[in-house]
Design a protein around this ligand. Structure first.
Ligand code: MEV
Length: 315
């Protein structure tokens, strides 16, 4: 039996980094997906194939011994094999439309689609159980994850997320289009989160003030999101960017990209960990073309995305 699952990538509209410290964040899933296909084998091996490479290990391998970005898939496969005392192995194939290492949730979408596809070979898990398994898998490569990315990749749409309180859907009749502009600098979320931790330890008071500002901004923006008030959303994105600048996750290239969209879009900011990766610019039909044309004339790598409302899909 071959089982497939797909999950969308994501953008963080507001609150990255602060969410790691228990503050709220607002995230949206995007219309770019990862599809994972799984099948049992009789060879007692776990084999993972993706555009990041291919790795085959015995089904008795110890997770701690795997040193590869594909480690989360081995974690999921091993948990199922051990839980169901399965003697065979699993072949896993990943197809992704989401570029990796640039803050668009490719790793979380892989963990969510992987958790759903692999677990479906053995049992039927609820969405909450899939999120739980996906977060544990992601922790094998990024131990401090807030869990926000896996949650939005599973449920889809726009969500408000808080580490200790879970998520709430934001009902938005959104008609906005986000332009993703790639700096071409890949980043390590793990390292950038550690850097912010350092900043927090050295600047406790400043960090606390920024957390309070971020909380207030998020409380005030929910209504604008529900009403699709792009001017207000754009302004808050610009405000949120100031907090990200303060905690040190921006750089010259990202600032240069932000300037290039400041006149034509409603607002723009880093999305995800920062220190490279992407910025997002908020547009709609009235200013999409103009913004894209300008970015292309400056040779920026950019593409537009809409919000995905489906989340995890199994088939
Ligand atoms: C990464 O997409 C977002 C961060 O806030 C980390 C996390 O929430 O796990 C930087």
């Amino acid at each position: 039996m071959i089982l497939k699952a797909s999950a969308p990538g994501k953008v963080i509209l507001f609150g990255e980094h602060f969410v790691v410290y228990g503050k709220k964040a607002i995230l949206a899933s995007i219309d770019k997906r990862v599809t994972v296909t799984s099948e049992k084998n009789e060879e007692n091996t776990i084999s993972v194939k993706s555009n990041l490479g291919q790795l085959t290990e015995s089904n008795t391998v110890l997770i701690e011994e795997i040193n590869s970005p594909l480690k989360p898939f081995f974690y999921i496969a091993k948990s199922m094999i051990d839980q169901f005392k399965f003697k065979g192995g699993i072949n896993i194939v990943i197809n992704s439309e989401i570029p990796s290492g640039i803050g668009l949730g490719s790793s979380s979408a892989c963990c969510v689609a992987g958790a759903a596809s692999i677990s479906n070979l053995f049992t039927k898990l609820s969405r909450e159980e899939i999120i739980d398994l996906a977060i544990k898998a992601e922790q094998t490569i990024f131990k401090d994850t807030s869990g926000a990315d896996c949650t939005v990749c599973t449920h889809g749409g726009i969500i408000e997320y808080e580490k200790n309180a879970g998520f709430k859907k934001i009902n938005s009749k959104n008609n906005f289009i986000l332009i993703i502009i790639n700096s071409g600098q890949t980043h390590s979320t793990n390292l950038t989160v550690s850097k912010v931790k350092n900043f927090k330890e050295k600047n406790e008071e400043q960090f606390l003030t920024l957390c309070e500002k971020e909380e207030l901004l998020i409380e005030n923006i929910k209504q604008a999101l529900e009403k699709n008030d792009l001017t207000a959303i754009g302004k808050s994105m610009i405000e949120n960017q100031k907090y990200l600048e303060e905690i040190g996750v921006s750089n010259d290239k990202l600032r240069e990209m932000l300037v290039s969209v400041e006149n034509s879009s409603y607002g723009a900011k880093i999305t995800g960990a920062g220190e490279g990766g992407c910025i997002i610019a908020l547009t709609d039909d009235s200013n999409l073309e103009k913004t894209m044309n300008y970015l292309r004339s400056k040779n920026y790598e950019c593409f537009s995305v809409k919000i995905d409302s489906k989340g995890l899909d199994t088939f």
